[in-house]
Design a binder for this molecule. Structure first.
Ligand SMILES: CC(C)(COP(=O)(O)OP(=O)(O)OC[C@H]1O[C@@H](n2cnc3c(N)ncnc32)[C@H](O)[C@@H]1OP(=O)(O)O)[C@@H](O)C(=O)NCCC(=O)NCCS
Length: 178
């Protein structure tokens, strides 16, 4: 079993036990986030982005443009059959990487995949030497906030009524390199 397989099992074990008290699902597949490898994967990112973020979706062209940028990060997590489990979009700025969007397919949510995707991405950023990672999150998004807090992000600011449909505050969070 690889370190990545172990990671996903541990993530699921923690998440499932805490919420439902049961045993983790035995769902083992190559859980290494990587850049998209095909047009189909790019389309899958866009489809999931429209589903999860209808107010600010990334279309296929935007994802491809992000992939072409030197400062763009696009990562996918796929299951053993090549289906999209989740994706992460980010961009390097001045001395920091900003996470633009992270999403896990509804069928896979709450089973540790979001944490795995984020953790492996943070490992990549740390290895690159970039000293800070930042993001914005809806104040009402409890699951995402929990995910970020658990990975070392801390709230550093707030933008009142930043989001629409529904109106919500944006919490600004940063995570210094450990
Ligand atoms: C937010 C998101 C990426 C998290 O990914 P995920 O795979 O569902 O989350 P994980 O299973 O890795 O769990 C992350 C944390 O949230 C908790 N969590 C997950 N689902 C939960 C639920 N339904 N209720 C309460 N807590 C929950 C987990 O317990 C875990 O915390 P812990 O490790 O301290 O126990 C995913 O739910 C998603 O795509 N949501 C819709 C899009 C979105 O909101 N993206 C973030 C925008 S900033």
């Amino acid at each position: 079993m690889s370190v990545f397989d172990r990671g996903i099992l541990e993530g699921e074990k923690e998440g499932n036990r805490e919420r439902w008290g049961g045993e983790p699902e035995a769902e083992v597949f190559p859980a290494v986030p990587r850049p998209p490898a095909s047009v189909d994967e790019v389309i899958a990112i866009s489809t999931l982005s429209h589903q999860l973020f209808p107010e600010q979706p990334w279309d296929r062209i935007a994802v491809e443009e992000e992939m072409a940028r030197r400062d763009g990060w696009v990562r996918v997590l796929v299951d053993g059959c090549g289906g999209l489990v989740g994706y992460l979009l980010a961009r390097t700025g001045v001395d920091e990487v900003q996470i633009l969007q992270i999403g896990v397919s509804p069928a896979f949510q709450g089973r540790g995949h979001g944490r795995l995707l984020l953790r492996r991405f943070l490992d990549e950023v740390d290895a690159s030497g970039i000293p800070m990672v930042s993001l914005e999150v809806r104040s009402s998004n409890r699951v995402a906030r929990k995910l970020y807090l658990g990975e070392g992000f801390r709230r550093v600011g707030i933008r009142r009524a930043y989001y629409r449909r529904p109106v919500d505050d944006a919490l600004l969070m940063t995570r210094p390199r450990p």
